[in-house]
Write a protein that binds this ligand. Structure first.
Ligand SMILES: *Cc1c(COP(=O)(O)O)cnc(C)c1O
Length: 359
């Protein structure tokens, strides 16, 4: 499918303070859009960034048929735009679409639109290691209809935001013993918009009690650790790195997958197994809980400083002693900047070079 390109004649790239980028509030010059109707994706196009007009009965707004992805483009040391495991994101997007009864987006269309968009807006990729152009592919149901059924029309779009190096403060978590994020058979494995809506109240209550986020437990027994916020979780217990398995209720994180491979190849002792919150408390009491961190595209690694569970407050060693989490962050950031040699084939140059926007 041809992708028509309309260049902006009003680039905003020179108005942006690339040294001070708030996460997710600044949008680059162009957007990729395609519409699904008559059973196929049509009218693929790159346009100047603009607002959409939506009918008030647009189905996504009422029934939540909406999915997204989160990925990053960065610049290699010689200034070339690079993507991190983009096809993995395309495949996961389609897995989310399947669960929400939405149409597949051909991987080729996803990749071509993505590559052309990033090529066109490459001036928006901040150069410093750790900063990136955050990419948000999204699909929403657009039938103008009140009634619950899968939509016949969809809109796919990719928007991008430049983001600075993100060194979040270590986060304080509370293991959630009342609310759940996902149940087996539900939509927890999909990057579905509604999953985040359901998590907002418990997260707000956690914040009101002085925590940053909740650590989700399984929905049946409140026993097995799941994940936190928008990150998969890892623990280092007595020198061994552990993370929960893909139960079908947690997101199959690409950072998680990358971390597991990096750690195994660096000869760390790693295991995916159903770790319980009681086990974590026992390790803490024995003094063997050495590290805890979240892994996800936005922060890469976010160290966890404390975890509360019922009346136990587990305070972990200072970040200066977090060898494993820091190694993962430095390796993934280094792969993206070219400082670490990519023996995995994860960092791929942007293809489909289009004439850069005149800025
Ligand atoms: C996106 C996300 C993650 C992390 O996935 P990555 O592919 O590593 O970015 C983890 N958990 C949830 C709930 C997420 O939405």
């Amino acid at each position: 499918m041809d992708i028509t390109i309309t260049h902006t004649n009003n680039s905003k790239v020179h108005d942006v303070d690339f040294e001070n980028l708030p996460f997710g509030r600044i949008f680059s010059d162009h957007i990729f859009v395609a519409d699904y109707y008559d059973g196929e994706w049509q009218d693929a196009r790159i346009e100047p960034f603009h607002k959409f007009q939506l009918h008030p009965a647009t189905m996504a707004l009422h029934y939540g048929q909406a999915i997204f992805e989160g990925m990053k483009a960065s610049k290699s040391f010689d200034g070339k735009p690079m993507l991190f495991r983009p096809e993995d994101h395309a495949h996961r997007f389609n897995a989310s679409a399947a669960r929400l009864c939405m149409p597949d987006i051909p991987v080729k269309l996803f990749m071509t639109g993505l590559n052309k968009l990033i090529s066109l807006d490459q001036a928006w990729i901040p150069p410093q290691e750790g900063s990136a152009l955050y990419i948000r592919p999204t699909m929403i149901a657009t039938d103008e209809f009140i009634g619950v059924k899968p939509s016949q029309h969809y809109k796919f779009f990719i928007l991008t935001c430049p983001v600075g190096p993100y060194y979040p403060k270590p986060v304080k978590l509370v293991a959630e013993t009342k609310y759940v994020r996902a149940v087996l058979g539900g939509t927890g494995e999909a990057k579905a918009a509604g999953n985040y809506a359901g998590a907002m109240l418990p997260s707000k209550l956690a914040q009101d009690s002085g925590f940053d986020q909740v650590l989700w437990l399984d929905a049946k027994e409140f026993k097995y650790i799941q994940e936190c916020g928008t990150m998969n979780v890892f623990f280092v217990i007595n020198g061994k790195v552990v993370t929960p398995p893909l139960y079908g209720t947690i997101l199959n994180g690409i950072t998680r997958r990358s971390a597991l491979q990096i750690l195994s190849e660096a000869d760390y002792d790693v295991e995916e197994y159903p770790i319980t919150i009681d086990e974590l408390v026992a390790a803490y009491k024995k003094g063997t809980l050495q590290e805890a961190f979240g892994a996800g595209t936005a922060a890469v690694v976010s160290h966890i400083s404390d975890i509360a569970y019922k009346d136990v407050m587990m305070t972990l060693p200072p970040v200066s002693q977090r060898k494993v989490g820091s190694f993962i962050k430095s390796t993934i950031d280094g792969l993206r900047s070219g400082r670490v040699k990519d023996t995995y084939g994860w960092v791929v140059p942007v293809k489909e070079i289009v004439e850069a926007a005149v800025v």
